[in-house]
Design a binder for this molecule. Structure first.
Ligand code: AMP
Length: 281
């Protein structure tokens, strides 16, 4: 596996690979890799001949007071895991090269970015779409894989790629979970032992909601209520939002019908965790 830091080196290598007729797959990440990231690599390998993973903790998607400075970083460990998973090139650009002085261009998807996480993290999705657009312009992949774990991000990226005619296949990959159901996340590292035990409440709330829907319930309010009530039973958990919305518009549904997204954002102490599930009714 090759490690590349400079944007021009990355572009030159992609030129060579594309000239040889190979299909390029791409997995963007912020590093501190876990099995969720590696499942994206596996998916990309099945859909492409050559896989690039990027590791870039993107400063412009973090708000003031968020965890940019303390976001976990471990490039040595990440290199080993990425190589083991079958990544061909690890692209690790520097912040100064991605955002040189004079940088003033941003990519913004409007509307759906104001809902769910976007309502609580102003500017977050503008940072995400801008960096993803830049990375897609550098790598020019045929296919890029994103986790369903970050459901709104996946929906926003699909919108951007379609609206801007980028001609890249965007694939959503199912969420990898710990044995007790907690969605894998680099941020799980922040949790104390007690918070880690309590964190399973997100998955349990989604399960309760799914069971209610399976039993025939179609009221959006009832489903949002059961998720709230379940989470409120856990004293260490503090709800930021619960949502039962349409997967296209991200508008709250009542009754539940069509493509449904159940989504949660919950604080365990200082750590904000998200989780979701998707289905069609
Ligand atoms: P991150 O490094 O957190 O920015 O995530 C990089 C990519 O990995 C994003 O597309 C995430 O949605 C995806 N991802 C994160 N956690 C998981 C997980 N538990 N299962 C599957 N994909 C994930």
């Amino acid at each position: 596996m090759q490690l590349i830091e400079s944007i021009s080196d990355m572009r030159r290598l992609v030129d060579r690979i594309k000239a040889s007729g190979r299909r390029v797959g791409f997995v963007p990440t912020m590093g501190y890799l876990h099995e969720g990231h590696l499942s994206l690599v596996k998916e990309a390998r099945q859909r492409a001949d050559w896989v690039v993973m990027s590791i870039f903790v993107n400063p412009i998607q973090f708000g003031a007071g968020e965890d940019f400075a303390r976001y976990p970083r471990d490039l040595n460990r990440d290199s080993e895991l990425a190589s083991w998973a079958g990544v061909d090139v690890l692209f690790v650009p520097k912040v100064e090269e991605m955002y040189p002085s004079g940088f003033t261009s941003f990519v913004e998807v409007v509307g759906i970015t104001d809902r769910l996480c976007g309502a609580y993290r102003p500017g977050h999705f503008r940072g995400v779409t801008t960096v993803v657009a830049k990375l897609l312009n550098i790598i020019r992949p045929d296919v890029a894989c994103f986790g369903q774990k970050d459901a709104q991000q996946l929906i926003v990226i699909k919108r951007m790629v379609e609206d801007l005619n980028m001609g890249i296949e965007i694939v959503g990959v199912p969420t990898m979970r710990e044995p007790d159901g907690l969605a894998m996340s680099s941020r799980n590292k922040y949790l104390s032992a007690d918070e880690r035990r309590a964190a399973t409440i997100l998955y349990r709330a989604l399960k309760e909601a799914c069971a209610l829907i399976k039993s025939g319930e179609r009221s959006g309010d009832a489903v949002r209520r059961i998720m709230r009530q379940t989470i409120e039973q856990e004293p260490l958990a503090r709800i930021q939002y619960v949502s039962a919305c349409d997967r296209g518009t991200l508008e709250e549904l009542d009754p539940l019908q069509g493509p449904v997204l159940l989504a949660l954002a919950v604080f365990l102490g200082e750590t904000r965790l998200i989780d979701n599930t998707m289905f069609d009714l």
